[in-house]
Every structure is written in C-alpha cells, then in structure tokens.
Ligand binder design. Structure first.
Ligand SMILES: Nc1nc2c(ncn2[C@@H]2O[C@H](COP(=O)(O)OP(=O)(O)OP(=O)(O)O)[C@@H](O)[C@H]2O)c(=O)[nH]1
Ligand SMILES: [Mg+2]
Ligand SMILES: [Zn+2]
Length: 295
C-alpha cells in the first residue's frame, strides 16, 4: 500500500474533486473512494488525505475533521456543505446594482458571531454611488467594530487593502448574486489559478459551484450567490449577543430574559429610540426572529 498525502479540496465535480497536495501547487483531479461517501459530502476547504496511484491517478482516501462548515439548504430540501474550515466570512455587498441588501448582510454578520468566526465587510461598486453615501454606510459598520472596506475590483481600488486583510486567513466570499464576489476573486489573482476548474464556466457570468484558491498564506473561496440566508432557529437571547451593539444596553433591561421585542423597561428599545442603536440594525434583529411585523 502506498502512503497517503495531505491535500486541500478546491472544487467538487461529478464524482470527482479538484484537490491540491499540501506539498504542491498545481491542482490534480481526484476520484472519490466509495467509502468516503457521496460527493456531496466533500466541500471546498476540506482537508483530505489522498493516495497517488499509477498513471497519475489520485484517490481521495479520507476526510479530516472539520473545524467549521457552512451548510446550505438545496432546492430539494436537503442540506449541502458549501465550504469547510473557514475562519473568516467576507461579506460582499454591492453599493448599487444590485442595491445593498443590508438585511442579508446583518444576517451574515450575526451568523459569523454565532459561529465565532471573523467577519470582514467588503462594499463593491463604490463608483456607482456618491462618496457620502458610501462613507456613511462604511462608518455605520466600522462603529460596531467591524473592518469595512470599499473595493472596486474592476478598477483595482481597495484590492491591496483587502489582500493585506486576508493574509493568513481561510476566507469565504459570501453575498447575493451580482455583488462582485468573482470579480474580487479574480482581482486578487484567484481566477488565473483555478479558472480551469470551472466545468460550466464558458459564457456564463454567474458562479454555479464554489471553488477555492490557495493563497500564498491561507485560502479564499468564491461561492455562488445566496438568494436567502437562513440562520435556522436561534433564541432571542443568543441573537442579541450576536448584535454587538445590543450587548451593553441589553444588560440594563428590566427582565433578565428580555427578548427586546415588547417587554416593558427594555433598554435595547430605549437605545433604538434615542439613536444609540441604529433602527435598521434593530429591524434586522426582529426580522431574523421572524418578528418584523410586531409592535
Ligand atoms: N461598476 C462596477 N462594477 C462592478 C464592480 N465589481 C463588480 N462589478 C460588476 O458586477 C457584475 C457582477 O460581478 P460578479 O463578480 O460576477 O458577481 P458575483 O457576486 O460573483 O455574482 P454570482 O456569481 O452570480 O453570485 C460584473 O459585471 C462585474 O464586472 C465595481 O466595483 N464597480
Ligand atoms: Mg460569481
Ligand atoms: Zn430588552
């Protein structure tokens, strides 16, 4: 029996996976061992052990435990792993065309908080809005302690700042379709490396399968656009912790188990009233709890 080698999964195709050996830089196409389970079980970012067979064939032998995985509900109602072992969620939000979907951004940020991974905010298409509009939005998230960057991947603005922020990170680009994820992936240099991994790419703009680019340090995953993002069921108390600006005010609510929805003596709602918490963010909190129409 030949020995096995550590490798990283780049992209998943039909019954095959593109992988790169830790000790190499050129991707190889690998077949999946039946016992590793169905191909839907592997995801970009997975650490695997592979066996090198004769005639350059590669076999994925086993899957290493994941430190993190992002699941997504498929059209058929099944759950599919989108990405594995990520430590940073890069939210990509276009300032225009399509207009910013801030409710989805807030969901992604809450998700990152709940999963205890870092979030990095990228706002694309700064060239399509007034400077003041862009500055206001970035400032509102920077005030919460998030790193927020304006990036124009077409013109190259902000790309170097993003590259520096991504150093050593295992990052996933996440956002609605058309936000500019693939443009960023390309501007950073990913496309040149993994472009050939796309089996459906010709003539199509929209990304249909996630793919990973191993950067000089860390990695970056480009993923298909999300239409909706569900956090699943989450308790108000947990969610309130995931909204950074609610943590401090929340300590002063009259009831220790305050949901900040309708209770009297709620210090979070008081903070919304006097402008210490942005109403838009509070609305995102209620929407996630399915209570957007309340009170
Ligand atoms: N004007 C302008 N256009 C941009 C900018 N960033 C991206 N675009 C354009 O926006 C369009 C969509 O960009 P993509 O990178 O394909 O978006 P995506 O997020 O990968 O979309 P999906 O793969 O469908 O999820 C492309 O036509 C890009 O050229 C920007 O900063 N300014
Ligand atoms: Mg794309
Ligand atoms: Zn409260």
């Amino acid at each position: 029996m030949s020995e096995t080698h550590p490798a990283r999964v780049l992209s998943i195709g039909k019954n095959v996976a593109w992988i790169v050996l830790d000790a190499e830089s050129v991707p190889r196409l690998a077949t999946l061992k039946r016992t590793t389970g169905p191909r839907s079980m592997l995801a970009p970012g997975d650490a695997v052990r592979v066996r090198l067979l004769e005639e350059g064939r590669v076999l994925v032998e086993s899957l290493e435990p994941r430190s993190f995985s992002l699941e997504r509900r498929t059209a058929g109602g099944r759950s599919k792993t989108m990405a594995a072992n990520v430590d940073t969620l890069v939210t990509v939000t276009s300032l225009a065309n399509p207009p910013p979907r801030l409710a989805i951004l807030d969901q992604l940020l809450a998700f990152a908080e709940l999963e205890a991974i870092e979030a990095l905010l990228v706002f694309t298409k700064p060239d399509l809005v007034r400077g003041s509009e862009r500055a206001e939005l970035l400032a509102s998230y920077a005030a919460l302690g998030y790193t927020a960057l304006a990036v124009n991947p077409k013109a190259g603005d902000g790309v170097e700042a993003l590259r520096i922020s991504l150093q050593g990170r295992k990052a996933l680009l996440c956002g609605v379709s058309g936000a500019g994820k693939s443009s960023i992936f390309r501007a950073l240099g990913g496309e040149a490396v993994v472009g050939e991994l796309s089996r459906f790419g010709l003539g199509r703009q929209t990304t249909t399968a996630a793919r990973l680019w191993r950067m000089p340090s860390g990695f970056l995953i480009d993923s298909p656009g999300i239409a909706e993002f569900g956090l699943g069921s989450v308790l108000p108390r947990e969610l309130a912790q995931a909204f950074r600006e609610m943590r401090e005010p929340g300590k002063a609510c009259r009831f220790g188990d305050c949901t900040h929805l309708r209770e009297p003596g709620c210090a979070v709602r008081a903070a919304v009233e006097d402008g210490r918490i942005e109403r838009r963010r509070y609305d995102s909190y209620r929407r996630i709890l399915g209570r957007a129409d309340d009170g």
